[in-house]
Design a protein around this ligand. Structure first.
Ligand SMILES: NC(=O)c1ccc[n+]([C@@H]2O[C@H](COP(=O)([O-])OP(=O)(O)OC[C@H]3O[C@@H](n4cnc5c(N)ncnc54)[C@H](O)[C@@H]3O)[C@@H](O)[C@H]2O)c1
Length: 319
């Protein structure tokens, strides 16, 4: 297959590209390599991908209207849109990048799919769309009309855009709501990374909601297997949304304890209240993802955390 993957310099886009490159697909990768977090990490991920002869990289914004010209002479079977402005807290101060990347970018890529007659479009959504929903586990059947951050609102909007294009232009769309993904090459703005870094550097860590948070931490390899399941899925529908989460929420305090044990360093914890835009608990209902995508998250944090810490120490050359 010839696959267009966006966000390839990012955490999930990088791992997804690796899988499809190893399986000998042609991958066209897009990323604007922006400075939301450490650009070196993004460039180092890209260097890994550029080792593959079947990978071509385009440094572009997904909302760039010239994409359509750029790809007009290429044969593409499938688009996987993993580029986004991520992060709940950042969206409080930088609203426009969320609309440009997550909404306009989604429209632009679906326009590309329409023009090039690409029949399948897979995109990343987020557990954030469940907002303050109280019914657990979160199911894709629930209404999600109460986002509590602009990030969540932009992701919900991107789902609505996909719904519309799938009906109007016969593009099969699959939305994947990821739940707190972690693992090697992970994002520096996320808890696993921040805790590990600060504990090693003997700095304080903020423990939100006074430690009473639960997150459905999901290991990157399980997520990539779920994406692979979506690529393989042969089912007749216009648009469908699936949860990709571990379906086993962990208590934040236990998660931190595991990192401390693995590092053999005690954390300096500062208990603080929950941040605006954050939700106290996430928990994925994955019945349909198991059935349709053969999604089977099997990595417990006891296995995933040591793997992340091993990568972190190697990458940052820490003894
Ligand atoms: N990591 C998680 O826990 C998580 C959870 C829920 C949803 N998601 C979603 O999964 C997807 C991938 O997330 P990630 O964790 O890999 O994030 P990431 O920030 O590591 O990767 C996103 C990549 O997209 C690129 N990008 C951003 N805006 C762009 C634009 N307008 N044009 C081109 N490139 C652009 C960035 O440079 C980055 O390399 C995103 O849609 C994100 O919202 C991630």
């Amino acid at each position: 297959m010839n696959i267009l993957i966006t966000g390839v310099a990012g955490f999930i886009g990088f791992h997804t590209s690796l899988l499809f490159l190893k399986k000998k697909n042609i991958v066209f990768g897009i990323d604007d390599v922006n400075s939301y977090y450490d650009v070196k990490l993004k460039k180092d991920r890209l260097s890994q991908l550029k080792k593959f002869p079947n990978f071509t990289f385009f440094k572009k914004k997904i909302e760039d209207m010239n994409l359509i010209n750029l790809f007009s002479n290429k044969s593409i079977d499938l688009i996987i849109n993993l580029a986004a402005q991520a992060g709940v807290r950042h969206s409080l101060k930088n609203p426009y990048s969320y609309i440009n990347s997550n909404v306009l970018g989604q429209v632009n890529l679906l326009e590309l799919a329409k023009k090039l007659k690409i029949k399948k479009y897979i995109y990343a959504s987020s557990s954030s769309v469940y907002g303050g929903n109280k019914v657990m586990p979160f199911s894709p059947k629930q209404r999600v009309d109460n986002p509590i951050s602009l990030y969540a609102a932009s992701k919900k909007s991107s789902e609505l855009v996909a719904e519309c294009y799938s009906h109007l232009f016969d593009i099969q769309c699959i939305g994947l709501r990821f739940f707190t993904v972690y693992g090697p090459w992970g994002r520096p703005d996320m808890a696993t990374f921040i805790f590990t870094k600060n504990i090693i550097e003997k700095k304080k860590i903020d423990v939100f909601n006074f430690g009473d948070m639960r997150r459905d931490f999901t290991y990157i390899d399980d997520i990539v297997n779920g994406i692979f399941g979506a690529v393989k899925l042969k089912k007749d529908f216009n648009h469908k949304i699936y949860n990709l989460g571990n379906s086993n929420p962990e208590i934040l305090k236990d998660f931190i304890k595991l990192i401390e044990e693995n590092l053999k360093i005690k954390a300096k914890k500062k208990l603080v209240k929950i941040q605006p835009g954050d939700v106290p608990k996430t928990f994925a209902d994955i019945l349909e993802s198991k059935k349709d995508l053969k999604f089977n998250p099997k990595t417990k944090i006891e296995v995933g955390i040591p793997k992340f810490i091993k990568w972190y120490k190697e990458y940052y050359n820490i003894q």
